[in-house]
Write a protein that binds this ligand. Structure first.
Ligand code: FES
Length: 147
């Protein structure tokens, strides 16, 4: 049985089509890369009930529960320093809660307890709460990097 052969004309037509598509593919890859890059590396504003968190919203000693890309973040002002802590327990990822009367974060899953600045006090977690980088620009509070 004889295999069908491609004519030289068909081959050249396909090659030209492929070459013509390269700029489109390159443009698409550049666009995707730029979008992914900005999504990963752009600072993300923290928000509380859909309002961007500003430094004016924070008083010394405050613990504010904020959101960043649907992730919960605790913004803590301690000694005039603003810090952000992930609300995910470092033990197994359950949600941490602020217990204001004890001035501690606690985890309902296995009982981990942390200080206001995220230092582990007790429980099964072997590490402190995850600290996140914060940036203030034009009075707005941004999270640098990913959660
Ligand atoms: S997940 Fe928080 S203590 Fe286990």
């Amino acid at each position: 049985m004889r295999r069908p052969t491609r004519s030289r004309r068909d081959f050249l037509r396909d090659a030209v089509s492929l070459l013509a598509a390269l700029p489109i593919v390159g443009w698409f890859l550049a666009l995707t890369r730029s979008s992914i890059h900005s999504r990963i590396f752009s600072p993300v504003p923290l928000s509380v009930e859909n309002n961007i968190l500003t430094s004016g919203d924070l008083t010394d000693g405050a613990v504010v529960t904020a959101k960043s890309r649907d992730q919960t973040v605790f913004v803590v002002v301690d000694d005039q320093k603003i810090r952000a802590l992930s609300a995910r327990c470092p033990h197994m990822g359950c949600s941490l809660h602020w217990v204001s009367d004890k001035e501690q974060f606690s985890c309902g899953c296995h009982g981990a307890v942390f200080t206001k600045t995220g230092t582990r006090i007790e429980g099964p977690s072997s590490s402190d709460m995850t600290s996140l980088n914060v940036r203030i620009s034009n009075d707005k509070i941004y999270l640098d990097g990913n959660l």
